[in-house]
Design a protein around this ligand. Structure first.
Ligand code: 15L
Length: 281
């Protein structure tokens, strides 16, 4: 693989908010992008499209077989998954089972790179510090975060067992623009998200690696060093929205609670719930 060259990439969650932006950004950078999602092909999508459930290993295998018939695939960008809190069972299916199905198909078809949308909620219960390193211990704030930790562990296993290059991007707040005081620190702009995925796709031999998926925010406190080492150089800064965001903020107690931990609202008591849904309710 000639890094930096045109790559053939399968993007899961291609119809989602991050997927839509990343697919079009990768096409703009000259890549051949195939989309995979639960929903039918999105209007304006130019590449191959697969409507399938990533949690179904047979369906995922069929997608890879379909792609293989028209040439080799260079990488997977795995963005599929529910973006919010639910039962532990649902979270494990959405984040761990989907990742496993994709990794198994990658091994079968000789695809050696995956870029994964992990989340800051994998370490969301970590109290605020001066600088948050990626080496901090897994400290999820929700079952969503637990599933992201487990998915990262699975990537690490497949990197060690099968030599797969696996980059877990712990994404902050992916939004057109920051909407809360917390997001002034955690914002990931659309353009930086594309820069990040492009860097993760093309970094030479990353092995298993973790980075924080945030922009270069003046108020940021998550270590951008590991991302920079892989070639992710964010260019946006939430600070240009600070005045309007702070002026619109009307609940200082909520803002203080959200500032206490990496995961913001997910790390507050309002997210407490039993792990499992019971038939009796
Ligand atoms: C995430 O990982 C979630 O998917 C999203 O709903 C937000 O909570 C975001 O993180 C965030 O921390 O702002």
């Amino acid at each position: 693989m000639l890094y930096g060259a045109r790559m053939r990439v399968l993007v899961s969650g291609a119809a989602g908010s991050i997927g839509t932006v990343v697919c079009s950004g990768l096409v703009d950078r000259g890549h051949d992008v195939a989309g995979l999602d639960l929903v039918p092909e999105q209007e304006g999508f130019t590449g191959q499209w697969f409507t399938a459930d990533c949690a179904d290993p047979d369906a995922v295998e069929a997608v890879f077989a379909g792609l293989s018939s028209s040439g080799s695939l260079d990488a997977v960008v795995h963005l599929a998954g529910r973006p919010s809190e639910s039962s532990l069972t649902d979270e494990l299916t959405s984040h761990v089972v989907t990742t496993a199905a994709l990794l198994d198909a990658m091994v079968t078809h000789g695809v050696t790179r995956i870029v994964y949308a992990s989340s800051n909620h994998a370490v969301g219960r970590t109290p605020r510090s001066d600088l948050l390193p990626v080496e901090t211990r897994p400290r999820p704030d929700t079952f969503y975060g637990v599933a992201k930790v487990a998915a990262e562990a699975l990537l690490s296993l497949y990197a060690d067992r099968h030599g797969i290059d696996a980059v877990a991007t712990r994404i902050g707040s992916f939004l057109p623009q920051p909407e809360s005081p917390r997001a002034l620190s955690t914002w990931l702009s659309h353009d930086d998200a594309v820069r990040m995925v492009q860097a993760c796709l093309t970094a030479p031999d990353p092995g298993f690696a973790v980075l924080y998926g945030v922009s270069d925010n003046t108020r940021g406190w998550w270590d951008l060093g590991p991302g920079r080492a892989l070639g992710y150089h964010p260019e946006d800064d939430a600070e240009r929205f600070a005045e309007q965001v702070l002026a619109a903020s009307d609940d200082p107690d909520r803002d203080a609670a959200e500032a206490a931990h990496v995961g913001g609202p997910f790390a507050t008591d309002s997210f407490n719930r039993p792990a499992l849904d019971r038939a009796g309710g």
